[in-house]
Design a protein around this ligand. Structure first.
Ligand code: SAM
Length: 245
């Protein structure tokens, strides 16, 4: 596996002629043995779940660009024929409930059981389930839309081809994807978050690289927005709208 698991910045696996096979193989490996990044991410978000929810509860109300982009996504889903939407890495459900308020048929999915518990308590009328983005419990072509809002950031970039192959699998033709992440090209070891000691990696990602990886998975980029950093943010923020043809 060392050939596949290159260092950060060398995640061009899907360009190789054997890329599809290698990505599928990697996906199978991830399904049978839990990688350390998954364990660390779940543990960290389990510790911070309640305080994360409290800290972020009013964020979207003060983020007009994010609301506009999510609103655009909702319109694109409807224009593409509608259908179920998954908020993958939904955390406490703040984006899930906003998408619901826009009229989408949305389910929240998250790796961390404590996050799902917080989401269920806050939004008892919405559906939430524990799950992982490398192996979604969804049929091929099940979704009219998929949201990954700051949730791909803990996946080592060399494994993102597996995640995007899974997103492509579950999206119907015409299905819409929206991603949000911190723009950059580095890994940050997170040791303090929301008032707690934690231990997990967070990756800043280059929008151009992510667009390439989406294309390799058969997902076409439509819009790329990079907002300059402001307030407490340490990097510019990237938002990609894409679709499966
Ligand atoms: C920064 S939080 C974002 C939560 C939510 N999207 C929001 O914007 O408030 C990242 C979330 O992604 C989830 N996550 C990370 N890796 C995941 C994976 N492989 N599969 C599913 N969820 C994941 C974490 O458990 C966490 O709840």
């Amino acid at each position: 596996m060392s050939v596949l698991l290159g260092s950060h910045g060398s995640f061009r696996l899907a360009k190789h002629p054997a890329a599809r096979t290698a990505t599928e193989l990697l996906g199978r490996v991830l399904r049978v043995s839990e990688p350390i990044y998954i364990t660390e991410t779940r543990t960290a978000y389990g510790i911070v779940a309640v305080d994360y929810a409290e800290t972020l509860k009013d964020h979207l109300a003060a983020a007009p660009l994010e609301r506009a982009l999510l609103g655009t996504f909702a319109e694109l889903v409807r224009a593409g024929g509608g259908g179920p939407v998954a908020d993958v890495g939904c955390g406490p459900g703040r984006i899930t409930t906003y998408l619901d308020s826009l009229g989408l048929d949305v389910t929240g999915i998250d790796l961390t059981p404590e996050m799902i518990a917080v989401a269920r308590e806050a939004y008892p009328g919405l559906a939430f389930q524990v799950g992982t983005m490398t192996d979604l419990d969804l049929k091929d072509g099940a979704l009219g839309g998929l949201v990954a809002w700051y949730s791909i950031i803990h996946t080592p970039p060399e494994l993102l081809p597996v995640v995007f192959a899974e997103f492509a699998r579950v999206l119907a033709p015409g299905g819409q994807l929206i991603l949000a992440f911190q723009a950059g090209d580095e890994v940050v070891r997170v040791e303090q978050a929301y008032g707690h000691e934690v231990a997990a990696d967070a990756y800043r990602l280059e929008p151009d690289r992510i667009a390439e990886l989406l294309a390799d998975a058969g997902i076409v980029l439509g819009t790329r927005v990079v907002k300059e950093r402001e307030g407490q943010e340490k990097t510019p923020q990237a938002y990609l709208l894409a679709h499966k043809p």
